[in-house]
Write a protein that binds this ligand. Structure first.
Ligand SMILES: Cc1cc2nc3c(=O)[nH]c(=O)nc-3n(C[C@H](O)[C@H](O)[C@H](O)COP(=O)(O)O)c2cc1C
Length: 171
């Protein structure tokens, strides 16, 4: 089972990246073949006709993945801009793939923002989403680390369910 984690925030202090890193480490601890794509390392271009080398590399990696974990920050009650670009330009061969969502937000009232990602992935590519979503806000982090015990436990559950359901869907 090959998993690609897409950390879509381009913020230097991204909190969703911290969630992605934690999930990467936990998946690797459980011997899952896993790779993290950090949007801060990509040269993103909104045009379909002039994809950059890093976008083409991202498309290739996503194509080869069995499943995906998508990290997002909430922007105006929706997905962040760089995630929308990645979805629009790099999701070529994702039909029916299983995916999970890790979300960082400024406040507790924006949790429905992840539904926009669900809508896009399910409507456009018939992707199947893990129902458990990790949703964290600023108060769950301190000094660039996850400080909340509840968030840690939620991530452990996310990883366990992602592996068990992911394997069942592949068999
Ligand atoms: C343009 C912009 C819009 C935002 N809109 C929301 C919002 O609607 N709801 C919310 O809870 N937080 C909002 N935030 C706060 C971000 O979700 C928060 O900073 C989060 O950590 C972003 O994820 P990241 O750190 O991985 O980039 C917004 C931040 C920015 C820059």
């Amino acid at each position: 089972m090959k998993t690609i984690i897409i950390s879509s925030s381009t913020s230097k202090t991204s909190k969703s990246f911290i969630l992605c890193e934690e999930v990467l480490n936990k998946l690797r601890d459980k011997k899952i073949d896993c790779e993290l794509i950090d949007a801060r390392d990509l040269e993103l271009n909104t045009s379909h006709n002039s994809k950059t080398p890093s976008m083409l590399e991202t498309i290739e990696k996503i194509n080869k993945a069995d499943n995906l974990v998508i990290g997002m920050g909430v922007h105006n009650y929706s997905v962040n801009d760089s995630l929308k670009i990645i979805l629009d330009t790099c999701f070529d061969n994702v039909n029916g793939k299983f995916f999970g969502v890790l979300c960082a937000a400024g406040g507790e009232k924006s949790y429905l923002a992840t539904i926009h990602l669900t809508q896009i992935c399910m409507s456009q590519w018939k992707m199947i989403q893990l129902p458990r979503i990790v949703y964290a806000t600023g108060k769950d982090f301190s000094e660039n680390k996850i400080s909340s015990q509840i968030t840690r436990e939620w991530i452990s559950e996310f990883v366990n369910e992602f592996i068990s359901i992911g394997k069942k869907l592949m068999s």
